[in-house]
Design a protein around this ligand. Structure first.
Ligand code: PEP
Length: 227
């Protein structure tokens, strides 16, 4: 079964030239479905089979300075959008905003990737994690068709830290998300690299990966997407 592997470039690189170069170095593998999420400003210029955006707004158009809407993204053939990433939640996004963003992404036929795991601690206690993400999922998915939403379990302490959750724990959390909400695809994110990626991909209920730092290093990302 093909897995879904998403590269989140965050606020990198700084020039279009570098963005185009980086994209050209990422293989177009058939082994997995690969999605690149460059910054919004590069989305119309980089060419890759599947592109995603790192965020979107909950209104289609109007007086919303600085925002980018799912309708605009759809016009650039963007297929996926990250929503509720912990770095957006740190910047003020709450679960109601996340819900509204997902709703509009779905209305525009863009697959929302709902990131949960903000506020988790380093304990990896299954009960603690399910309590926290339950809240994020109850509100984030309220009134929506959950089967059309991809969920990325990203314990906040694992993002960019070099520490990861264990594959066993991640499998239990993925199963919980699927059973409780009817979500069909759950990804893991948090310090994924070529050495630890396989452990997650081998889990039955982990359908792929959300990769930050390692997606900026073509030799690392190419290894991960070809596993
Ligand atoms: C992310 O940005 O969602 C992420 C998981 O980053 P990293 O792989 O660098 O931890």
């Amino acid at each position: 079964m093909k897995k879904l592997i998403i590269g989140n470039w965050k606020l990198n690189p700084v020039s279009l030239k570098e963005a185009v170069k980086l994209t050209s170095l990422i293989e177009k593998t058939k082994k997995n479905t690969v999605v690149l999420c460059p910054p919004h400003v590069f989305l119309s210029s980089v060419k890759y089979p599947n592109l995603g955006a790192q965020d979107c707004f909950w209104e289609e158009k109007g007086a919303f300075t600085g925002q980018v809407s799912p309708l605009q993204l759809k016009n650039f053939k963007i297929k996926y959008v990250l929503v509720g990433h912990s770095e957006r939640r740190f910047a003020g996004d709450d679960d109601h905003m996340v819900n509204a963003k997902i709703r509009l992404a779905l209305a525009n036929n863009i697959v929302p990737v709902l990131c949960v795991g903000y506020k988790t601690t380093v304990l990896q206690d299954d009960m603690e994690v399910t309590d926290i993400i339950k809240n994020q999922l109850d509100l984030g998915l309220a009134g929506l068709e959950a089967e059309k939403v991809v969920v990325a379990y990203e314990p906040v302490w694992a993002i960019g830290s070099g520490k990861t959750a264990t594959p066993d724990h991640t499998e239990k959390i993925a199963l919980f998300i699927k059973n409780r909400y009817g979500v069909e695809k759950v990804l893991y994110g948090g310090s994924v690299n070529p050495s630890n990626a396989q452990g997650f991909l081998a889990q039955r209920n982990v359908d792929g990966l959300l990769v930050g730092g390692a997606s900026l290093v073509p030799s690392y990302f190419n290894k991960i997407i070809n596993l």
